[in-house]
Design a protein around this ligand. Sequence first.
Ligand code: FES
Length: 301
Amino acid sequence: MANDRQIGGATYTNDDERFAAIERAMQENDYAEHGLVEVLITAQKAFGYLTEDILTFVAEKLRVPPSRVWSVVTFYDMFKLGGTSTTECHICNGPTCSAARAGEILAAVCHHAGISQPGQTSADGRFTVKESACLGLCDQAPAALVNDKALVKLTPDDAVAILEGKGQPPVVQISGEPRILTGPIGRIAPLDLDAHRAEGAFTALQKALFEVTPEQIIAEVKESRLTGRGGAGFLTGLKWQLGYDTPDMQKYVVCNFDESEPGTFKDRALMEGNPFRVIEGLIISAYAIGAIKGFIFARGE
Ligand code: FES
């Protein structure tokens, strides 16, 4: 089906190896249905696309109806259905990008791909062009996503380069003072754990686990009047208190990194530039409310 492809540092030279990789992803999720999206991502990385054969294999192995698998694949825009390793261009049509000529870019990309309108695949199967909702890159609009690669500050003249996945990658842009959570961004490599620890990362977690009680943590967060960064501005301490007060339930913490409100993106910079602090906060909140697991939710884009 596909040529050699790399996934997680491994190269797959034939379909048996690719199906084995999919099966390993299922094993890692105990063949549970909740691992379906992860399994499908593995399948797409291994093959470059998803076909009826692949989806049937997944459905049979997970013992779920094929309709369930198809509903997931057709719901998420970033899954590629088809038998060729096509280049997928998602051109943002959010308001910020639209104001920055994204419509013209979309038209130019469609023209050079040889298709008449977004949503189509070129006759030779090389390109699929789609419109996308906000990509969370409004500060560097107009933006596009070509396969897994984000490109920013595009113009209609970039249409050919966009189809080749070439162009300016996004950079994390920070401004304003004082910089607290954003302090290390641009100074310290995001994944340099030692450097982040030298600046105090995980000391709050240490204090939370060994020096104070969950009740004291919640009281301090309440007193700070820290709020969520979404539109509701809900008080974090109150949210944690409600979680703590919920009795006799298995609790989870979900860190919502979904960035889908045009112009109001705010979490991407933290996750990309200071990820250990995000994880530290997640663990502290889990400890405070008595959760046993934490999840970070982010869109593929
Ligand atoms: S509107 Fe295009 S990235 Fe947000």
